[in-house]
Design a protein around this ligand. Structure first.
Ligand code: ATP
Length: 258
């Protein structure tokens, strides 16, 4: 059984079947992309995986344990983390303090807001920042960071919780093209080093086809295709959905439909 085993997951909103009996697995150490046109059901899927939405039917098993019915916080504590499209940092704190806060939360320590978390987990936080290439920015206030750096910091904050699985919802949204590639290349390295599994949604096809080990394609709530980047690139049904057929993508062409 896959590390995360998703079976026949379905969700309707009134008459709209947003996700229809979706089944897939996420393996240990895998970088898996979930793509699909606007409204395909990607966000709804993510919300069911991390407990924000309860599916109408289906199951989500993590290491054999059923996650459906658990609260987001419980799922997070089990090791299924999530990054959001909107970055959630404390702007007035420094970069390092933000990571320290995440480490403190992970280790369930309490601290006084008055004295601030000046010393707790400072070395660990610095090490995480070095890993994402932001060691030299540790002392800056978050509010001063460029957008791309904030997204990288968000990755460090997510890693502070030592997730086994990381759900990344459009991690590169709003970034410059080269920065996007770099962020996902960094995520790919981290997958390799730590054996973390990542499921991510993404609109930038260069990022998807350049970095993902495997790709899931959703269309109108259904899983249309699943395979390696080469298999998906060659899949006619996928080409039809994305481009009306005929054109290849992921190499030189980059259709975006954000
Ligand atoms: N809370 C909701 N209430 C009603 N309909 C919803 C709700 N959330 C999503 N939907 C509908 O479900 C379908 C799937 O939406 P979803 O946001 O999951 O797609 P998506 O693939 O994430 O799209 P995008 O790429 O635009 O973020 C859409 O038709 C959407 O309008």
């Amino acid at each position: 059984m896959a590390l995360l085993d998703v079976r026949a997951l379905s969700k309707s909103f009134g008459g709209i079947e947003a996700v229809k009996s979706v089944t897939f697995g996420l393996e240990k150490g895998e970088l898996l992309a979930l793509i699909g046109p606007n409204g395909a059901g990607k966000t709804t899927c993510f919300n069911m995986l991390n407990g924000q939405l309860r599916p109408n039917s289906g199951s989500v098993r993590f290491e054999g344990r059923e996650l459906v019915g658990l609260k987001p916080r419980q799922i997070w504590r089990l090791g299924v983390g999530r990054t959001f499209q909107i970055t959630a940092t404390f702007p007035s704190m420094t970069v390092r303090e933000n990571v320290q806060m995440a480490l403190i939360s992970h280790h369930r320590r309490t601290f006084s807001l008055v004295s601030r978390a000046v010393s707790l987990y400072a070395d660990e936080a610095q090490a995480l920042l070095e890993r994402i290439g932001m060691g030299d920015q540790a002392g800056r206030a978050c509010a001063e960071l460029a957008y791309g750096d904030l997204k990288r910091l968000e990755l460090a904050i997510a890693l502070a919780n030592e997730p086994r699985i990381l759900l990344m919802d459009e991690p590169t949204a709003g970034m410059a093209p080269q920065e996007r590639i770099e962020l996902m290349a960094l995520a790919a390295d981290i997958v390799r080093e730590r054996g973390v599994s990542i499921l991510f949604t993404e609109h930038d096809m260069d990022v998807v086809f350049g970095q993902a080990h495997r790709i899931l394609v959703l269309n109108r709530g259904e899983l249309l295709a699943e395979g390696t980047p080469d298999e998906i690139r060659a899949n006619e049904a996928v080409q039809e959905v994305y481009l009306g057929g005929g054109t290849t993508y992921g190499a030189t062409e980059t259709p975006t439909h954000a």
